[in-house]
Ligand binder design. Structure first.
Ligand SMILES: C[S@@+](CC[C@H](N)C(=O)[O-])C[C@H]1O[C@@H](n2cnc3c(N)ncnc32)[C@H](O)[C@@H]1O
Length: 354
């Protein structure tokens, strides 16, 4: 047990020095090397697809039981401790089938801290609460795409936005639009919304649009804020939007795609844990997107979070969830507009501000 005795303040000092050094390096800026985008080849797989999947076949192939053989490094008791800690902190429930996933994803945190065992790492988490943020970063699944779930964008374009325009012209709606992307990952969702919104409500037409985008993971928020992705993700974006809103890296920045200033100006990013008792955001929102986030939660946490989100939704606002997250148990609190898009029902409590 070489590492014993390294805990406490000396370990914490070394750990945070390494963490700060890594954080400083961050994502390199695309300063100056960006031209306007004019057609992007659609070739390789998207960045989202390359990001890790929570339960891909590779994670479980050839496994007799979750604790054999890949997970010899973690005992059942240790796994349960992590399972409970992760659930308590984030609402994410890792079933026993996720042992290989936990081992695989946390292995890099053990290496980072030069630790030999999961027991030591658990001990570190109890002594350094800030390491829990890194642990949750490592555990969270961040797959995302531009214009994911096209039906949602069709509904916005064909129904919701034209109605808002008509209502505003009749003086029945203000020209303010507030949007929350809750669980925004690396930013593709909020920037897809920004492009769609600006297309319908150009800045010159007097509409004031604000998008708040939040996530549990500081790592993905960093990328979202930099707004730089592999150029292959451009294939997910309609050509007209690419030309109007995106920039393509040249020279040293070749192979990268960056959001232009018009859409970047609309979005603000911050860390928010949906499992927390209070959400430090200002509602009410006209649109809340919380898609492909609650799929990793158990039914109890999912319902609690949906109820909490509804408090931040305007009475005539819309809540969008992922295709596998239909909200069947919510009774009169919500009404489905189309599958996976909801508006508050008679029993909902809405219009909370922080
Ligand atoms: C699969 S991604 C979905 C991204 C995007 N909404 C989409 O549909 O493409 C799920 C995101 O939810 C975030 N997440 C998981 N648990 C969370 C929590 N308790 N609070 C906030 N975000 C969470 C993860 O960090 C991850 O970035």
């Amino acid at each position: 047990m070489k590492q014993q005795g390294l805990f406490g303040s000396e370990r914490a000092r070394r750990v945070s020095a390494r963490y700060e050094a890594k954080k400083q390096r961050g994502v390199p800026p695309l300063s100056g090397d960006i031209s306007n985008l004019a057609g992007v080849p659609a070739t390789a797989e998207s960045a989202g697809e390359r990001m890790h999947e929570l339960s891909g076949p590779a994670a479980t192939q050839g496994l007799m039981s979750p604790f054999d053989p890949v997970s010899r490094q973690i005992s059942e008791i240790e796994f349960r401790r992590f399972q409970e800690l992760i659930y308590r902190e984030s609402g994410i429930w890792l079933s026993q089938a996720k042992v290989p996933l936990l081992v695989g994803r946390l292995a890099k945190r053990l290496r980072f801290h030069h630790l030999q065992s999961f027991r030591d790492y658990y001990q570190l988490l109890t002594e350094m609460p800030e390491e829990r943020i890194q642990m949750l970063d490592a555990i969270s699944t961040n797959e995302t795409h531009f214009f994911r779930e096209p039906k949602h964008f069709e509904l916005l374009n064909a129904d919701i936005f034209p109605r808002w325009s008509r209502d505003a012209a009749r003086g029945q709606k203000t020209r303010n639009i507030r949007v929350w992307s809750a669980g925004c990952s690396t930013g593709q969702e909020p920037y897809s919304l920004a492009m769609t919104l600006l297309d319908h409500f150009p800045a010159a037409s007097g509409w004031d649009i604000r998008i708040i985008a939040t996530d549990l993971s500081t790592r993905v928020l960093n990328i979202a804020e930099q707004a730089v992705w592999p150029i292959e993700t451009a294939r997910e974006i309609p050509d007209a939007y690419l030309k109007r809103f995106m920039l393509k890296g040249i020279g040293e920045q070749a192979g990268k795609l960056k959001a232009g200033s018009e859409i970047r100006a609309l979005a603000r990013f911050s860390r928010l844990n949906l499992n927390d008792a209070k959400y430090p955001v200002d509602g009410p929102f006209d649109l809340i997107f919380c898609r492909n986030v609650l799929i990793y939660f158990d039914a109890h946490s999912r319902e609690r979070i949906i109820r909490h989100l509804l408090k931040y939704l305007s009475r005539d606002g819309y809540l969008f969830v992922g295709h596998a997250e239909g909200l069947y148990a919510m009774g009169s609190e919500i009404r489905a507009v189309i599958p996976t898009v909801y508006t508050p029902g008679a029993g909902a409590q809405c219009d909370a501000t922080s």
